[in-house]
Write a protein that binds this ligand. Structure first.
Ligand code: UGA
Length: 455
């Protein structure tokens, strides 16, 4: 696939919300030559961006931000009207947090639509990128109409769901597997085709559909990926009971091109701001529509169970958690991000602390955020400090740098040489060779030496 190159006819793009989705949307459109203005209600985030700094960790983001702002193609404002006035397309990229009932809270989306309508100066495409339940567009369409009866027929509402992953967001945004545009207006489709032309030229396919299908497809995609992970984790339980090795089983499964190898990684399960909340919102929505979709709650249950299995494994390794020091390596919800929202590693930390363990955590970038979330967690700056006097080291997040750990040194620092790999990430033989009592999720233990455990 080629890199999308600069477009001949630059368009004016407004982006409302500069979180992971919004900011990466700003960067990718600016990189192909469009003129982008990003707005966020959080003035301090806007100020950080104006000073040329990324407000979160995203590989490649800082360099792209510098290039885009220096070229004059990307600017940030704290006045939403500046992002909307004169734009060809405005994207809604605000958060859709989980409400008390499990339903998505759409207040910010609704508010954004209202303010966009107020600031519109003429014909405008308004595109939802926030993950929203099907049916949201018709509600937003009414909002646009109420606010601007004078622009009836000129404000085209579309759904353009985003499928980028945190930590790989730039690559995903520049080379999407598919670009989805849901809508009903030929003018809206034409504007989006022009906007995405460099990405289409670089090889990404475009799927045009109705707006409800586009909205639903985003929920369906996230839920299916979560389902794959939970399937692997449920299989890991069967592997533990039967003596099979989940890594071998999923390699064989993934080798079938109908199944595919991705998202079959067993371990502590999924976290982050998307899967847990989107799964709950999708379950809630289906129930409301009259189809309860019990598979979705089972996916969530298996995911919760994965952390409990890890707690039991650690407890078993150290005999009793009370008073033991546990080193937890990796605190973010996955590697290459400082995002700790719904991090399985932090759920694990809480459970260990609740059983009387003291937990020393290390993360390449997420330490400060984790400490703020769990004040009882000791956060250290070095994995070896975390391991000193520990009864067990636990891999909570699969940061690539953990593969370069000096395992022999780590073991020497510890009170007991237990290693629980919550992400099936390290090489089991190297860990055994370094003298570890190594346990992983859904994998048979090569060697178990009670003399070396925390009995
Ligand atoms: C997810 C989707 O992958 C994106 O397509 C989507 O755009 C995004 O949500 C969203 O809705 O905004 P993200 O949450 O950034 O992206 O992260 P993923 O890479 O999907 O990982 C989610 C969780 O699953 C992480 O905790 C990760 O460690 C876990 N995971 C992933 C596994 O436990 N096993 C795997 O095999 C893969």
């Amino acid at each position: 696939m080629n890199d999308p190159s600069m477009v001949a006819s630059a368009m004016a793009v407004g982006v409302i919300g500069t979180g992971h989705v919004g900011l990466i949307t700003c960067l990718s459109f600016a990189s192909v030559g469009h003129r982008v203005t990003g707005f966020d209600v959080d003035a301090s985030k806007t100020e950080t961006l104006r000073q040329g700094r990324m407000p979160f960790h995203e590989p490649g983001g800082q360099a792209m931000l510098e290039v885009a702002t220096a070229s004059g193609r990307l600017a940030f404002t704290d006045d939403i009207a500046e992002a909307v006035a004169g734009a060809d397309v405005v994207f809604i990229c605000v958060g859709t947090p989980i409400g008390a009932s499990g339903a998505a809270n759409l207040l910010a989306v609704e508010q954004a639509a209202r303010e966009i309508a107020r600031a519109a100066t003429g014909p405008l495409v308004v595109a939802e990128k926030s993950t929203v339940p099907p049916g949201t567009a018709s509600q937003l369409g009414r909002t646009l109409g109420e606010e601007r009866p004078d622009l009836v027929g000129q404000l085209d509402l579309l759904s353009n769901p985003e499928f980028l992953r945190e930590g790989r967001g730039i690559e995903d945004a520049l080379h999407p597997d598919r670009i989805v545009v849901g809508g009903s207006s030929p003018r809206g489709f034409a504007v989006m085709r022009r906007l995405y032309q460099p990405f289409l030229d670089a090889g990404s396919p475009l799927i045009e559909t109705d707006i409800t299908s586009a909205e639903l497809a985003k929920h369906a995609s996230n839920a299916f990926l979560a389902l794959k992970i939970s399937y692997a984790n449920a299989l890991a339980r069967v592997c533990e009971a039967s003596g099979a090795d989940i890594e071998a089983v999923t390699r064989i499964l993934g080798g079938d091109s109908r199944i595919g190898p991705d998202f079959l990684g067993a371990g502590l399960g999924f976290g982050g701001y998307c899967f847990p909340k989107d799964l709950a919102a999708f379950a809630h929505l289906s129930e409301r529509l009259g189809y309860p979709f019990p598979l979705l709650s089972e996916v969530a249950r298996i995911n919760d169970e994965a952390v409990q299995v890890a707690v039991a494994m650690i407890r078993d390794a150290v005999s009793n958690l009370e008073g033991k020091r546990i080193a937890l390596l990796g605190l973010s919800f996955k590697p290459d991000t400082d995002d700790i929202r719904f991090s399985p590693s932090l759920t694990l930390a809480r459970a260990l602390i609740a059983e009387g363990a003291s937990v020393a955590g290390y993360d390449p970038v997420a330490g400060a955020a984790a400490k703020e979330e769990i004040p009882e967690l000791q956060v250290v700056d070095d994995p070896y400090d975390a391991a000193t006097d520990a009864a067990c080291v636990v891999i909570g997040t699969a940061w690539p740098e953990f593969r370069a750990l000096d395992l022999a040194r780590l073991r020497e620092l510890m009170a007991f040489p237990n290693l629980v790999d919550g992400r099936n990430f390290l090489d089991s033989e190297s860990a055994e060779k370094a003298g570890f009592n190594y346990r992983a999720m859904g994998r048979p233990q090569l060697r178990s030496d009670p003399q070396t455990s925390g009995v």
